[in-house]
Design a protein around this ligand. Structure first.
Ligand code: HEM
Length: 143
């Protein structure tokens, strides 16, 4: 189950990025279809949050497994990323996506476009892209 969840966590990132792009451009183009996009975006982001929390607590490098001997959290870039930077950056992005949903539903395009562009930047900065040293992970599950 754990591998399945990790794979889902990996692949859902693309769904979220795609929906975020679409919602952002719909906000710029003042398209009422943003109502549907923003709902699916919020649902995907909340699922991601739940899987993330599970991984953070019980995953391979989860908190319940503890830090390896001699590792200090804030001095270790791997654990600092997976226990603090990644969850915190993504949590803020998911909150913005949630507020963005409310604004999109009310067809408040200006607010939605700002919320979505900030969420997009936060997510792009917090994903463990394959080219990132130490924390890098595959583009797609199992690669
Ligand atoms: C939009 C939200 C998020 C995106 C786009 C995202 C993206 C990713 C990606 C691409 C990976 C690498 C997966 C792989 O190795 O195949 C990952 C791993 C991880 N994420 Fe997230 N994540 C999000 C939210 C969260 C949240 C909210 C948490 C925690 C509360 C979290 C905790 C983790 C942990 C602990 C790992 C490492 C899991 C492991 O290697 O066993 N993620 N995330």
């Amino acid at each position: 189950m754990e591998t399945g969840l990790l794979h889902l966590h990996n692949i859902l990132r693309w769904v979220i990025l795609l929906l975020l792009f679409i919602a952002f451009f719909q906000a710029l183009g003042k398209k009422a279809a943003i109502r549907g996009t923003s709902l699916w975006l919020m649902i995907s982001a909340h699922i991601m949050f739940l899987i993330g929390i599970y991984q953070l607590i019980a995953g391979r490098f989860g908190i319940t497994k503890g830090l390896p001997e001699g590792v200090e959290l804030m001095k270790d870039s791997f654990y600092r990323f997976y226990w603090i930077e990644h969850p915190l950056g993504m949590l803020i992005a998911i909150i913005l996506i949630t507020i963005g949903r409310r604004k999109s539903k009310a067809l408040n395009y200006k607010a939605a476009s700002w919320l979505y562009v900030i969420a997009l930047i936060l997510i792009l900065a917090s994903v463990p892209w394959p080219f990132r040293e130490i924390v890098g992970r595959p583009w797609f599950p199992g690669l």
